[in-house]
Design a protein around this ligand. Sequence first.
Ligand SMILES: *[C@@H]1O[C@H](CO)[C@@H](O)[C@H](O)[C@H]1NC(C)=O
Ligand SMILES: *[C@@H]1O[C@H](CO)[C@@H](O)[C@H](O)[C@H]1NC(C)=O
Length: 412
Amino acid sequence: MGLPRGPLFWLLLLLAAACSGILFALYSSATKRYPGPSARARDATSPQALFGPKASKAGARKRQHCHHPLYLTIQRDPHFQGLFDLSTPVLLWGELFTQELWDRLSRHKAPYGWQGLSHQAIASTLTLLNGSGNAKLFAASGEPPPGCVRCAVVGNGGILNGSRQGLHIDTHDYVFRLNGAVIKGFEHDVGTKTSFYGFTVNTMKNSLISYWNLGFTSVPQGQDLRYIFIPSNIRDYVMLRSAILGVPVPEGPDEGDIPGPTAPPTAGAPACPSPRSPAGSTTGRPALSTSFVGPRPQSYFGPGASASKFKLLHPDFIRYLTERFLKSKLINTNFGDLYMPSTGALMLLTALHTCDQVSAYGFITSNYRKFSEHYYDRKKRPLIFYVNHDLLLEAALWKDLHKAGIIQLYQR
Ligand SMILES: *[C@@H]1O[C@H](CO)[C@@H](O)[C@H](O)[C@H]1NC(C)=O
Ligand SMILES: *[C@@H]1O[C@H](CO)[C@@H](O)[C@H](O)[C@H]1NC(C)=O
């Protein structure tokens, strides 16, 4: 409705969106002493519905029931029990791709649907997501999930600087990280374990550009690590397909990137010379540049990537989360089309719909002004708010979920 949307307007918005995607995830902070895992261990009757029959059998091996399983805590809360629908599918995979789904999702814009996107591009990606590993977050790989699935979701907020939460974080069964998740040098504060890395192609590539100088020189990789694609754009579907097939991205802004497993090895050469941006030696986030200065794309997901390594959030799930939990007033402004929950919010809410117990670290708290934007900033910088996310609304949600005992929000 009002604003003329010339090329400059879009460019600025895209820049804002690009940075913000990254920044956001990062929140964090708070006011109360964190009770620590033992103070409030949740316990679980294992939700067979979420993990499937295999998981519950596996649970028998490592009986560790939650004292306060998430779904019971939710049921007892008058506000949140009306919001949560734990039967909503979290992931999209090949078998769910039907004409009916196509027709329905074609009525919504990304990330909530496929309006204007190519049927061929979507179909060719989803056909590759045909294994049971694509249908469930904790699909059997290595260790079976325990009876009580305890998850930590680690945002990148400055509250983690000096927090010494690394060991607590690593004791969780699964650790979720996102965007510019720097680990090296911050192990005491953020731990080392990564089970899931969540991102959009846009936030991943911008994190590599913006935080390269601060230590984010590669996306977390590992044999047991799984990637959660957030389909915010056609780019995400296109990159996902190339990642599975190990072929260069054929089109679009990522054309030529080789994200997958069968890319030629880099023969020991450093992926990229160390950046020499002017801001590099001191503190700053370097200005977003149009040329990509991060590692070569084939190293995004490391060797050995295959379809089972990738999960894709269901557009219906993102829409459900937005409508129920993060329905921002921004939606009814000129920026409405840009708005979506932050990467951090999507990961935390994903964990809430799949784990039995969830701790959130590095997420925005009411005293966020006390902390730098990121734990790895060299000099304190304020958290920046962009129009494509509503961090204050997210902060209020984390606070309420913590008060209700549904998450344990790390605060200090
Ligand atoms: C998935 O599809 C690929 C390619 O069409 C095929 O090779 C593979 O066997 C399928 N996997 C399963 C679990 O159906
Ligand atoms: C991180 O914490 C240390 C002390 O624990 C402090 O000196 C430093 O300024 C903090 N960094 C930022 C960016 O706030």
